[in-house]
Design a protein around this ligand. Structure first.
Ligand SMILES: [Zn+2]
Ligand SMILES: [Zn+2]
Length: 109
């Protein structure tokens, strides 16, 4: 089980057992190829993500190129109309959904 810090307003990141097994192996960052814990990832809504060590640099390149942050794996960009940012971090809305999407994909491989 991947537990997050408990406290007011934060839900533990509870996942189905099968996905916990996948999460426990760590997630490989597509930028630095390090295996990271799920909690150390910025997750994109497409179900991909990059680690929080790489995220600032990566987003800065997008910023300098005057582009919205995109996914390095599938080139998904922030959903236009909703204005929701592509990436979510732990404790943010949408993180669990992105985590489930990512872990399902990894468990199918
Ligand atoms: Zn990385
Ligand atoms: Zn993607």
């Amino acid at each position: 089980m991947v537990h997050t810090r408990s406290g007011a307003g934060t839900e533990p990141l509870t996942l189905p057992d099968q996905l916990n097994v996948v999460a426990s192996r760590g997630i490989q960052c597509p930028v630095c190829y390090e295996r990271r814990s799920l909690c150390c990832m910025a997750l994109a809504r497409c179900g991909h993500g990059i680690c929080i060590a790489c995220a600032p640099n990566f987003f800065y390149h997008n910023f300098k190129a005057n582009q919205a942050p995109s996914c390095p794996e599938c080139r998904a960009e922030a959903a236009g109309d909703s204005g929701a940012p592509l990436y979510t971090y732990l404790y943010e809305p949408g993180f669990r959904e992105a985590a489930v999407l990512m872990l399902r994909r990894l468990s199918d491989q």
